[in-house]
Design a protein around this ligand. Structure first.
Ligand code: KPL
Length: 301
């Protein structure tokens, strides 16, 4: 079986490196802008600092008919445009969505009504050092689960991914888990991007108050969505602190996006919270959403 990775960003390349390290065959589905300057080797710096060069077969949209299993690491705001190109994708090919944030899957389900569609969440840390050179900055957990009926038969994808990625488990409540990850991202990502800090710096006393307020707002929205399956506010805060501690030296993905002049997943993280807040006020989340929007607009100009 050959895995195809769509989205050659930091996480997509790190997950490719880990699969190649395990001897899996991997094709990298590249966009048009890469056609002229694809580097045949990916330089993967593993968690211990060891460097390895991997060759991954580059393919383009016209090769979509050969794709056996598609792992989509594209940023949330590019997923639909990237998938729309894949008109030749066989309807039996499973599509696994691994972006941060929520609000995209509904469109993918409509676009590919016959394909098995899965969602995944992953907490690995990844950093792009330069083009085709990535560093694995933190080991993490990965969960996959079905978003439609056809995807329920794809649990067999988990063991080979677990062998390569260290941890990968099946979840029949992947939407719940996506919401829980989104809640963490809705606190850490905009704050670290706005203040230009590492995740760990959020533990400084100057952020105590804003962390308390933002975590309460985000927890309020997510727990209303989850009903009796929701965690309590103190459970959420404990989980949040654990993630901050475990990723203390990392720059969040939103920080990396803004610092490197790219769009961010703001609309799919804070935007998702605002969209589901309804009449409940979420002033800190709103303010951070607008601040990130402003920075994205500066980038676009
Ligand atoms: O998922 C992350 C991200 O940066 O998007 C966290 C958990 C915040 C780690 O940096």
């Amino acid at each position: 079986m050959e895995w195809t990775i769509l989205g050659a960003g930091a996480l997509g390349c790190v997950m490719t490196g880990l699969l190649r390290q395990q001897g899996e065959s991997v094709a990298l589905m590249l966009s048009e802008r890469h056609r002229g300057h694809f580097h045949p080797h990916l330089e993967f710096i593993d968690i211990t600092g060891q460097r390895q060069l991997f060759h991954s077969r580059p393919i383009f949209a016209e090769h979509a008919n050969t794709v056996q299993c598609l792992l989509v690491f594209t940023k949330a705001y590019h997923v639909i445009d990237a998938l729309k190109e894949l008109t030749l994708l066989p309807s039996a090919t499973p599509i696994i969505l691994l972006h941060n944030g929520m609000g995209v899957a509904e469109q993918v389900l409509a676009l590919f009504p016959n394909n098995p569609i899965l969602a995944g969440i992953s907490s690995h840390g990844a950093m792009k050092e330069r083009d085709w050179q990535v560093r694995h900055t933190g080991k993490g957990d990965t969960w996959l689960g079905p978003l439609n009926e056809a995807a329920k038969a794809y649990q067999h994808l988990v063991p080979p991914l677990a062998a390569a990625w260290g941890h990968c488990e099946w979840s029949n409540e992947i939407i719940l888990q996506q919401q829980q990850k989104l809640a963490i991202n809705a606190v850490i990502n905009p704050l670290t991007a706005c203040h230009n800090i590492t995740n760990g710096q959020l533990l400084e006393s100057r952020f105590t108050e804003v962390l308390a307020q933002l975590s309460e707002e985000v927890h309020g929205v997510i727990s209303r969505l989850q009903g009796n399956k929701a965690e309590t506010l103190s459970e959420f805060r404990r989980r949040l602190h654990k993630v901050i501690e475990l990723t203390a030296c990392n720059y969040s993905s939103m920080h990396q996006d803004i610092a490197q002049g790219r769009s961010s997943e703001n609309d799919y993280i804070s935007g998702y919270i605002l969209q589901h807040a309804h009449q409940h006020p979420v002033p800190v989340c709103q303010q951070l959403y607008q601040e990130i929007k402003k920075r994205e607009q500066v980038i676009e100009r």
